[in-house]
Design a protein around this ligand. Sequence first.
Ligand SMILES: Cc1cc2nc3c(=O)[nH]c(=O)nc-3n(C[C@H](O)[C@H](O)[C@H](O)COP(=O)(O)O)c2cc1C
Length: 327
Amino acid sequence: MDGVGGALGLAGDQVVDALGTAALAPSVHNTQPWRFRLAPDRVELHPDPARRLPATDPEDRELRLSCGAALFNLRLGLRRHGIKPLVTVLPGHDAPGALAVVRRGGLRGLDEETAELVRAVPARRTNRRPFHDVPVPAAHRRALVRAAERERCWLHVVDDRAERARLQGFVAKAHRLQAEVPGVRAELSAWTGARVDDGVPPASAGVRPAPQDEWALRDFQAAARTPGRDYESDPLVVVLCSFYEGPEAEVQAGQALQRVLLAATALGLSASFLSQAVEVRSVREELRRSLGGLLVPQTVLRIGYGTHVPPTPRRAVADLLLEPCAP
Ligand SMILES: Cc1cc2nc3c(=O)[nH]c(=O)nc-3n(C[C@H](O)[C@H](O)[C@H](O)COP(=O)(O)O)c2cc1C
């Protein structure tokens, strides 16, 4: 792409490649609420206020999780070009308004674990369809827990039957509460269906909800379900938690989210979100208390062995760039 300057010692096309990797991150309703500012010595990650979801995500918590996921991908994109990224989350007056600044911390080649995550970036999808009724092996669960720990977060595996039932109740309750909020419904329909380079297209919508579903998945106006094609009976359900609250923790949790999702992809696993339980503040508080009160639940994932789903669209890198700062 013409006109993109270099940064961090990389040429323009390498920067475009790294930003393209960042932009493949998941984001709530595929809003892609991130922008980047380039300077010779840094890449800044900024939120895009035009892509907020004021009813669904009034405190921008999921916006920051999404940007955190893009930040993790950016780190991988830079590693692919031999750069060791040095990240400052919420840099303050160093880069006003930025959620993170990435500088060059020297050169570092790709180790096998990082290379595996890099390969998983374009293969990862949110998969809302039913999974196969095959349990996720204990070793894979441990690998996902480790992935969250590597990013200074905690992945709580919901194993206990009573706890699963309680979490199902939280998701269902939040789902019902959200259905009564016109703004939430309007945001969902605005970001669903035929859009050009963002939003959730019909092919990614999963299957239409049915009364027998145990977990209330968000309804993206999916096509009718093939009779008998029900959800798996026992998905792996996990709650990704941070150890503290606030914007910094949310960007951190976004990075952990993406490492967990990419580790899952590398292991052949699929994942989808059950975010309603953390989007409705009162339910999030109930969930937090049920986890003992110390951990801060940031998102809820359903994980298992899925079938193929197509990719969702992304905006061009040129549309993600902020004007460079005046020297
Ligand atoms: C913080 C966050 C919350 C999300 N919550 C939901 C959700 O509740 N339900 C859902 O179906 N997808 C959810 N998603 C998935 C996005 O809709 C998805 O990432 C986006 O459509 C892009 O598609 P992709 O993940 O396949 O690339 C969430 C994603 C993020 C990052």
